[in-house]
Design a binder for this molecule. Structure first.
Ligand code: AMP
Length: 249
């Protein structure tokens, strides 16, 4: 089974994101960037499927600026076999990303595409679902367990009422949830080995996809600042404030 895994380059989850002064977006200059955490989980799952002898090849795909190569290298150091960079400086919205993945599926013929359930920068949670719809493939979203069985895939999902297990036909799109696995750290020898693994660079044009945004961002604003807390001297004062100031009891 050949697997395509999406690895998006996003602002590192430890960085405090700052909104640009003109409200057009967030500051990305001189900010630490990393692989989207849900995509690390996707790479880990693909590598585990390869270690179990189920996957035969793992192709890590990133779409974005040239620097997204670093994200692909991280995936290669974790165990992916090769990478594809779809290079563009254009803003990529989920529909464009899904169309680019569809074109790559036509070129690579994988049996499984693993994406994160959401990218932590745009929080869209759309790409996997859009890709499955464009391909007419089955989808197992928010996966907390993935198990191949009888040429199909059993995908366990965390839903409101507990755990739901679906049996989906292959080829399929799976999106990862937090509890699917704990991604490994790449070892130094594997980081060195990853430098020799191939990365193919393509463009949206070469894949026949127009990535122009369909949605317009009107404004990006910081959340309202929280007011500072106050210390109360006893329970009576706390109850009084909750009752008369906050009016919550
Ligand atoms: P989103 O729908 O934007 O929340 O993204 C969901 C998932 O789609 C991510 O976790 C990635 O696996 C994949 N994805 C989105 N954008 C990109 C990108 N530019 N490059 C590679 N994968 C992406």
């Amino acid at each position: 089974m050949k697997i395509l895994v999406g690895v998006k380059r996003v602002i590192d989850y430890n960085v405090k994101v700052r909104v640009k002064a003109d409200g057009t977006g967030v500051e990305t200059a001189n900010v630490k960037m990393s692989m989207n955490p849900f995509d690390e989980i996707g790479v880990e799952e693909a590598v585990r499927l390869k270690e179990k002898g189920i996957a035969t090849e793992i192709v890590a795909v990133s779409m974005g600026p040239a620097a997204a190569q670093e994200t692909i290298r991280t995936a290669l150091a974790m165990g992916a076999d090769r990478g594809i960079l779809v290079q563009t400086d254009a803003e990529l919205q989920p529909l464009a990303v899904a169309k680019l993945f569809k074109a790559l599926v036509a070129k690579e013929s994988p049996q499984l595409v693993i994406l994160g359930k959401q990218a932590i920068d745009d929080d869209c949670n759309q790409t996997g679902q859009m890709l499955a719809a464009l391909l007419g493939w089955a989808q197992g979203t928010f996966a907390s367990k993935v198990a191949p069985a009888d040429g199909r895939l059993e995908v366990t999902r965390e839903v409101d009422g507990g755990l739901e297990t679906l049996s989906i036909a292959l080829p399929a799109v799976v999106t990862t949830d937090l509890r699917l696995n704990e991604p490994r750290y790449a070892s130094l020898p594997n980081i060195m080995k990853a430098k020799k693994k191939p990365i193919e660079t393509l463009t949206p044009d070469a894949l026949g996809v127009d990535p122009a945004p369909r949605l317009v961002t009107l404004k990006v604003a910081e959340p309202a600042k929280r007011l500072a807390g106050v210390k109360v001297k006893d329970v009576a004062e706390l109850v009084d404030k909750l009752k008369n100031e906050a009016k919550v009891i």
